[in-house]
Write a protein that binds this ligand. Sequence first.
Ligand SMILES: O=c1ccn([C@H]2C[C@H](O)[C@@H](COP(=O)(O)OP(=O)(O)OP(=O)(O)O)O2)c(=O)[nH]1
Length: 472
Amino acid sequence: MHFIVYTNYKFKTSVVDGVEIFFTVPMFMIVKDLSYTVEVKKSGLVVVKNMKIVGLHCSSTDLHAGQIALIKHGSRLKNCDLYFSRKPCSTCLKMIVNAGVNRISYWPADPEISLQNEASNPMTTDDAKLDAKAVERLKSNSRARVCVLLQPLVCYMVQFVEETSTKFDFIQKIAKSQPDLNTDFYTVCRQERIKEYESLFLISSEEMHKQILMTIGLENLCENPYFSNLRQNMKDLVLVLATVAASVPVFGCFGFYNSESRRTNETDHQDLPQEIARHCMIQARLLEYRTEDHKTGVGAIIWAEEKSRSCDGTGAMCFVGCGYNAFPAGSEYADFPHMDDKQKDREIRKFRYIIHAEQNALTFRCREIKPDERSMIFVTKCPCDECVPLIKGAGIKQIYAGDVDAGKKKADISYMKFGELEGVSKFTWQLNPLHANALEFRDPTARENGVQKTKSLDDQQHQSKKLCLGHY
Ligand SMILES: O=c1ccn([C@H]2C[C@H](O)[C@@H](COP(=O)(O)OP(=O)(O)OP(=O)(O)O)O2)c(=O)[nH]1
């Protein structure tokens, strides 16, 4: 399983046996975060088969995440690895054990909720105790390994993610357009995210956390140094997640907008709510950290909106596939050149060998892209000339991306086709054009030489009460 190592200000992948922690744990956290109800803490689930993600699910009001996995995958769950954001209850566990899953891992912060007795407090009822007992029995009698998969992050991981997130295109775009900004808005966004995610994923009281661990049969993790290590590892992961999330910030009127003037009522071309678009882009950003390219990481994730809401807690949104830029599947570390286009000799450059994030997402997708559904791809970089025709040809209706490289012709890779692409809606990270137009209407000096001049943060705060750092 790939793991990022920080070396010499560049990153490379190394193989850490059987560890899916860095990517998948934050992934299910993000799925879990899709819940919009505050009363019930929903749970998220990632389904992995042959090291590829084949399902991203979220519990709904009627069904637990494990039940949804069963409905969606049935016997295809055989040999899959499942990553839950809380310990599954006996109803879910017996079904997924029966389907022949390989491993069940869970985030050790919340106790299982018995389906039989969800309305009452699961910690105190007799039914809940019976359920916990049944879970333990199912766990010990099953072939599947049921475990807490939390290992320390590699050295400098947090620091590396912080550095790359601060430099991420979206943050740079805001910083450039707001030269008068005297606060470090990225740090403010990150602090907000850390607070939000800590309250979602961590248990602040050590005593209460110990009690929960006892309830869910993890007494062995209550002793030190295991307990403090566990808490530290959980904290580090939450920090990584918050740091990545802050690089797609809720900031002023920035978001994913279609800058083309054409307005349409066709649902295929209507934009997603900003919080969902941001959410999916954060998933793509997480994928980016698995890259095999020393210099540039790219992540891509495809979702489709089904015609009607399904039983999944993700609503009508359905996971199609995901990928990151890497050398052909199965290749070893030094099989292909890693050089970039600054190297003189074109023969020793990486470009002809590396598979792009979009190409991997399309190749290893677990579901068809249906012509009657609104399908969308989220990419952390502007899709290049190799990928644009693939995206269009595959029938994807919308692209959410950054456009920093758009229109550039590099020595080995070009980004000319994205701008000219027609028939696919493009939503790029920018200041809301409507807001920009409104500003211009009120203030003709907002345009300089025909170029939109953006307002300072103070002006924006004054004019629009919408500035909402860290809040949806
Ligand atoms: O649509 C795309 C475009 C590029 N890539 C990947 C391929 C390659 O691994 C990297 C190339 O990035 P870039 O074009 O920025 O080149 P670079 O690596 O930064 O080199 P240089 O700046 O020297 O051109 O991005 C994708 O995955 N999808």
